[in-house]
Design a protein around this ligand. Structure first.
Ligand SMILES: [Zn+2]
Length: 1111
């Protein structure tokens, strides 16, 4: 064999790969699309060519070695070998029987020595993280508190203490740290740049100079995005001074992220990105400032995922602030505001992190000194110098004559605060938003506190020591206190700061930009991955800038949608620039990898374009035969439909490079509910190997295309019906009111719509059927950017009597229905797609939504199902963990809406219905069987949280949801309250394919490119692992970040996964060196846990590519 003249190890790899593939092919059908070999003459550089050939062996029809695997694979039926309930013995049996295959390899070593095992299904054993773990052993469960505490606002004191708190007795020693800080929003009422110039620049200069001049003074700072701008304007002397202050512990960076990220809408990709951006900047510029403490004083509700992130970044503690006033007060009165925050999935508490919850309402000086804000105001010294603050009549300067009285009065507040702590120390944040822009403010604070500090410290009978400190000083102190802090599990959503004022509006506010955020995340991830595989750099600065833009947008007034209109437009401009940068860099990376500069020229162009920052991404209509270059960054073989738009009547078709048949369907070009009368969509099936670049061609064809043309049917015909009917391209059928239900899909999966109202009635899936009544609702009320405050019952906008125009397109690959609803003054388009293919796409229903709300209110889509879900909904946290929420009438409607960064589901003992979103939304289940998602919102008023604007800048906004119905077998539970749930594997894969669609470029066909039709850049990860990123580090090194999925044992995995157990090095073509590397660039210790990943963990390694390997 020609291939076996290669290096022995490479040859061995091929032999084994082919054996594996032989076995795999025995029980999977192979689409002709992928059954195409490599061509002999390749223009790829020789080192890579060998590697590619090795990789591409996977794609060959494997017949040669069939006789060598006589014993065959273990019996597998319907791709569902374990038939639901996992049996570990069975799993072992699979492994044992497969390794018994008699394989002769050239070097004579037994198979086990080569670390290649034929265990296509042993990953299923890993779902055990959700078996038997129903209680994570935490001392405190937030779900218990929600269950048992009284929440009715009329019955509570809104978290206030009203002078009722007793101070910590003087017999107990106390240490008080005064912690100067300044909370700086990178965009809110002013833009990021404006805030920098006006506020941040002077305040950082003041902080620096003052600290330098006062040896006992200290301060902390959080936002690297602002600090970077300041740093770039400083002299070497200032920079050296800052490094010294950091070394001496007088200046501390807390968190050290690019921003203080929102925790409700953000996805783990972007959170990690913003943390890594911040720490990498510090490493490069101020490596002496190593953050050790998390600091989240302003995000509007808090996610335990941040505790995991902080643990991953090597922090030893964290401080949080905005927690529902009822929960906060309960924890405070029980001296439980210091706790070890535990992940729901981690009963061993390996990832616990010491957390301190600020006990009072805010993080500003007037709220932090103690329980009585009226008294704290008497010490709000900044009001002497800042004209923005009204001066309290009791605010007086500290003088020798009043120092005793002033000292004892504030000490009383400090000791009352300390009474809420279980340790012997408190810290008092002294600062507020953009504080200390006046140098005199620091002077005045220092000079007024100093006499009181000296008074208290010189009176031993007060048993108190007061000093300036950093947050680390505080945690270092309490860690020495030998207090056994309790563990706590759960999330802090949905936040309320008073009355029934729940902050669940921002889960959906400005949905267009929440969608754009996810598009940019995927674009950056793709660009990073492609960048890693071509060694000819030069645009690293552009990539860094795009990363930084994504990081900036994770700020808690950016992705939340809670900035002023002109600030939103400033973010939008930056997001679009970053998106365009990614398109440019991805395109050039693909060109370089294919080495096509030489052979084809540079006519690579993305087939989707986005013109302005408030425009939708749209198809570029292809008007002549072209090549297509399709990049997949999913670390598994994906079987999916792609779409191109071509000019009508050109008789174009798609074929694989080399002329292979590609299944396709031609349909009217309707996207976002709008028909382009001059073009058509060609939908075609692809099977793309893991992380790969694939070539197809769009060619002119003489063949009769009628068989590929979809049929079109109209119900309640309107504008689109008239337009399509006027053309002769499609067979058109128009229905009158005496119609039958509309059924999309087939035997495996069907979506049933009512033919008159267009509402969803039912989803049928292989024996499971969910009855559905679909509603569209508008919640009117007094909502604002942050708050959702509905009043009365919502208005039903989509009822039995609705008669929207419905266009149904049915073809061999997929069925589609476009329902155009006219609601009040707006148009809402709901597009459903069901694929006929039995692979992953055959598992779910796509629901693409187009909204442009013109009336005030919160627009929600609700599915009322017959699932007996009780009072429970599950939603995700940051795309990573699943959190259970039970409906509570005591929380008001708005308190029962939760963030859905990507996933929400309801379930009973036999069925789960999941909604997976390509962007974040608010979600709720307000009654048994109901699940609803807020799509768009427009507010008639400001909600008095400082923004000062109503949200009325709605623009046409897309959203993509996937509806997944799955059969499940219920597992016994210890208590429903503590159930830890996981998505199914199929749900994970569905979401990944939604978030990371293939990237398609068109290529000029003037010169045919003779290179291989497929370049696989990376082999498949195990089926329960996700390629989070392959983040560019330098010209030879990238940071491989993986995530091990936690998934449900109770749900079958009906889709095969061609998993091979490979070492990390074997994932890549050519020689690579892989070493563990901490997530934080500032850490030097190796993260020893990461290489052998456990479920729900992330790992980080540096991959250094062989320099000689030129892609
Ligand atoms: Zn803020």
């Amino acid at each position: 064999m020609r291939m076996c003249r290669m290096r022995k190890t490479a040859c061995l790899g091929i032999v084994l790969t082919l054996v594996i593939l032989t076995i795999y092919h025995r029980y999977t059908s192979v689409n002709p699309v992928i059954s195409k070999g490599l061509k002999e003459e390749s223009s790829i550089s020789s080192q890579f060519k060998n590697a590619i050939q090795q990789f591409s062996a996977e794609e060959r029809p494997a017949t040669t070695f069939q006789e060598e695997s006589e014993s065959g694979p273990p019996e597998v039926t319907n791709g569902n070998p374990l038939n639901g309930s996992l049996n570990p013995d069975q799993s072992n049996h699979l492994a044992n029987s497969s390794t018994a295959i008699n394989i002769v390899v050239e070097d004579g070593l037994p198979l086990s020595d080569h670390h290649i095992k034929v265990e296509p299904d042993n990953y299923l054993a890993r779902c055990s993280i959700s078996k038997g773990i129903h209680h994570n052993g935490a001392d405190l469960q937030v779900s218990d508190l929600v269950e048992n505490l009284p929440f009715q606002s009329e019955n509570t004191d809104h978290g206030q203490y009203n002078g009722n708190l007793k101070p910590l007795p003087t017999s107990e020693e106390l240490t008080v740290f005064l912690v100067p800080h300044s909370h700086c929003d990178p965009g809110w009422k002013e833009t990021y740049d404006h805030y920098y110039e006006r506020d941040v620049k002077p305040l950082l200069t003041n902080m620096y100079q003052f600290t330098l001049e006062h040896e006992d003074f200290k301060y902390i700072y959080a936002e690297v995005s602002f600090f970077k701008l300041w740093w770039e304007e400083q002299t070497d002397k200032v920079r050296q001074d800052m490094a010294r202050l950091a070394r001496e512990g007088r200046f501390e960076f807390v968190q050290g992220g690019w921003v203080m990220n929102d925790e409700a809408n953000t996805h783990y990709f972007a959170i990690l990105n913003q943390m890594m951006d911040g720490h990498e900047w510090l490493k490069k510029n101020l490596p002496d400032a190593v953050p050790n403490v998390g600091w989240a004083i302003d995000p509007f509700g808090l996610s335990p995922f941040m505790a995991q992130v902080n643990s991953m970044f090597g922090f030893n503690a964290m401080h949080i602030q905005r927690v529902h006033y009822t929960i906060k007060k309960h924890l405070a009165l029980n001296r439980k505001i210091e706790f070890r925050w535990r992940q729901s999935w981690d009963p061993d508490g390996d990832t616990d992190i010491l957390t301190q919850l600020g006990p009072f309402g805010g993080y500003n000086s007037q709220s932090t000194c103690g329980p009585d804000p009226d008294i704290c105001l008497h010490y709000h010294f900044a009001a002497f110098t800042n004209p923005k603050f009204g001066k309290d009549p009791n605010l007086v300067k500290t003088t020798p004559s009043n120092v005793k009285e002033r000292s004892l009065k504030i000490l009383d507040q400090w000791r009352k605060k300390a009474a809420l702590h279980s340790s012997n120390a408190v810290f008092i944040e002294t600062g507020f938003d953009f504080s200390y822009i006046y140098k005199e403010s620091l002077e005045v604070i220092y000079s007024n506190y100093k006499p009181m500090m000296e008074y208290i410290n010189s009176h031993p009978e007060l048993n108190t020591r007061v000093k300036w400190g950093t947050i680390s000083d505080y945690f270092d102190k309490i860690k020495k206190s030998n207090v056994n802090f309790p563990s706590l599990s759960g999330d802090f959503f949905t936040y309320a700061d008073r009355l029934d004022e729940y902050w669940s509006g921002y889960y959906t506010t400005r949905p267009f930009f929440k969608n754009l955020d996810r598009v940019l995340e995927s674009s950056i991830r793709r660009t990073e991955i492609l960048f890693s595989f071509h060694r000819e750099k030069g645009d690293v600065e552009k990539l860094t800038k795009a990363r930084n833009t994504l990081s900036l947008f994770q700020h808690h007034d950016a992705i939340t949608g809670t900035a002023k209109h002109h600030v939103v437009l400033d973010y939008a401009r930056m997001l679009l620039n970053a998106f365009k940068t990614c398109i440019e860099l991805s395109t050039s990376a693909v060109q370089h990898i294919l080495e096509t500069k030489r052979t084809i020229g540079e006519q690579f162009q993305p087939i989707r374009q986005r013109a302005g920052y408030e425009d939708l991404e749209k198809f570029r209509v292809l008007e002549a035969p072209v090549g297509l270059v399709i990049t997949s960054t999913i670390p598994r073989k994906t079987d999916s439909a792609q779409i191109i738009a071509v000019k009508s009547h050109l008789n174009l078709e798609v074929e694989s490079t080399g002329g292979g048949v590609v299944l396709q369907q031609i349909e009217p070009a309707i996207e976002y509910g709008t028909l382009d009368p001059n073009s058509e969509f060609i939908v075609f099936r692809t099977e793309l190997p893991s992380v790969s670049i694939n070539k197809f061609e769009v060619t002119s064809s003489e063949k009769d295309k009628e068989k590929d043309r979809a049929n079109v049917q109209f119900y309640n015909p309107g504008e689109k019906a008239a337009e399509i009917s006027s053309r002769d391209s499609f067979t058109v059928l128009s229905h009158d009111s005496a119609c039958d239900d509309i059924s999309l899909g087939g035997d495996r999966l069907a979506l049933i719509l009512d033919c008159r109202s267009g509402r969803v009635k039912r989803i049928k899936k292989e024996g499971t059927s969910v009855e559905i009544e679909q509603q569209v609702l508008l919640y009117k009320g007094r909502s604002g950017a942050y708050l959702f405050r509905p009043s009365g019952s919502p208005t039903l906008l989509f009822t039995e009597s609705s008669r929207p125009e419905i266009v149904v397109i049915k073809g061999s690959l997929r069925d589609k229905a476009v329902v155009t609803l006219r609601i009040l003054n707006s148009v809402l388009v709901l597009t459903y797609i069901v694929h006929h293919h039995p692979g992953l796409e055959g598992e779910f229903v796509d629901l693409n939504i187009m909204s442009n709300l013109r009336d005030s209110g919160d627009l929600s889509i609700r599915l009322k199902t017959d699932i007996k879900s009780g009072d429970t909904i599950f939603t995700d946290l940051n795309g990573h963990t699943i959190q259970q929420h039970k409906y509570k009438s005591k929380l008001h409607t708005q308190g029962n809406f939760f963030p859905m960064p990507s996933t929400a589901f309801i379930q009973d003992s036999s069925t789960r219905l999941s909604l997976l979103g390509s962007e974040p939304h608010g979600a709720a289940s307000l009654a048994q069987g109901w699940i609803e998602v807020v799509i768009d919102r427009r507010t008639s008023q400001d909600d008095l949280r400082g923004l000062g604007e109503a949200i009325q800048d709605n623009i046409p906004t897309p959203a993509k949801l996937r509806i997944l119905v799955e059969a499940r077998s219920a597992t016994p539970t210890i208590s429903d309250l503590y159930v830890v749930e996981y998505p199914s594997l199929v749900s994970h894969w569905t979401l990944q394919s939604l978030l990371h669609p293939a990237f398609i470029l068109s290529v000029n066909l003037d010169q045919r490119d003779p290179s291989a039709s497929t370049l696989q850049l990376m082999k498949s990860l195990p089926c329960d692992e996700e390629l989070v990123n392959l983040r560019y580090v330098n010209d030879t090194t990238s940071q491989l970040i993986r995530r091990k999925l936690g998934f449900s044992c109770a749900i079958n995995t009906p889709v095969n996964c061609d998993y091979q157990d490979l070492s990390l090095e074997q994932l890549f073509a050519g020689n690579v060196v892989i070493v563990n590397h901490p997530f934080s660039a500032l850490r030097t210790e190796e993260d020893t846990k990461t290489r052998d990943l456990k479920s729900m963990e992330f790992s980080s390694q540096y991959v250094t590519f062989d320099e000689k390997m030129s892609f």
